[in-house]
Design a protein around this ligand. Structure first.
Ligand code: IPE
Ligand code: IPE
Ligand code: MG
Length: 238
């Protein structure tokens, strides 16, 4: 596979980008939203089929209330301004995560944007908001338990495939990118990224460009993905 089918990005470094310029953190988030628009276009142009962006983690609720509120407002504004372009460009939007704590008006905007772009077949854009990998797995387990209680499923039939199907985004991540210099997963797609190639960049998210994406894609191209096997098995598949 030359171009990864599913790319996931931990968009980190907005706060530091702003701080470096003597600006309030929220200005960094605003610049980050511009980078989202840019990278969504660049990803679609490169033939990536699924792009999952980490916008707000389940742990980010612990941030100062003012920052959380500003992020919600920015999200609403981004939906207003970017949805028409997504539609035009054949990109379907899905918001994955527990958004039940979001303002009602924002939840409604999310549903509208998802419905308006649902036909987009060129690329699927998942925005992970209120998302946590552990939340995702726990919720999948809950769904299976519900089915078991209803008698639609025997507990002993539960396996990785069935659980994986209940996740907010069932597709495995091929390439996981984190900007902003930290080398950790921060509870992102912990199940789906089991066999991802990992690319860490020191570039702060607002500065991330198509060229930086290309550097990650080039790295991906050079990887041998063995999935536990040995090289020789990949050359002559069993
Ligand atoms: C990532 O940037 C965006 C969100 C988590 C919402 P940060 O806000 O974490 O930026 P840094 O890590 O403080 O620079
Ligand atoms: C991860 O970034 C979450 C998002 C990018 C949305 P954080 O900045 O919240 O991660 P930690 O706390 O440094 O691990
Ligand atoms: Mg951060």
């Amino acid at each position: 596979m030359t171009v990864p089918r599913h790319v996931a990005i931990i968009m980190d470094g907005n706060g530091r980008w702003a701080k470096n310029r003597g600006l309030p953190r929220v200005m960094g988030h605003r610049a980050g939203a511009k980078a989202v628009r840019r990278i969504v276009e660049e990803a679609a142009r490169r033939g990536i089929r699924i792009l999952t962006l980490f916008a707000f983690s389940s742990e980010n609720w612990k941030r100062p209330k003012l920052e959380v509120t500003a992020l919600m407002q920015l999200f609403a504004r981004a939906l207003d301004s970017q949805t028409p372009d997504l539609k035009k460009n054949g990109i379907s939007l899905r918001v994955i995560g527990d958004t039940s704590g979001f303002p009602e008006a924002l939840q409604k905007k999310i549903r509208q944007a998802e419905a308006e772009t649902a036909d987009g077949a060129r690329m699927r854009l998942n925005v992970a908001a209120g998302y946590g990998g552990r939340w995702d797995i726990a919720r999948a387990a809950q769904k299976l338990a519900q089915k078991a209680r209803e008698g639609a499923l025997a507990p002993e039939d539960i396996n990785e495939e069935l659980l994986g199907r209940e996740l907010a985004e069932p597709s495995d991540v091929d390439l996981l990118i984190r900007t902003g210099g930290e080398r950790r997963v921060s509870n992102f797609l912990i199940w789906q990224a089991s066999y991802s190639e990992l690319w860490f960049s020191d570039i702060l998210w607002p500065d991330f460009t198509g060229e930086d994406l290309d550097a990650a894609l080039k790295y991906f191209k050079g990887r041998e993905r063995r999935f536990g096997m040995i090289s020789e098995q990949l050359q002559t598949p069993l």
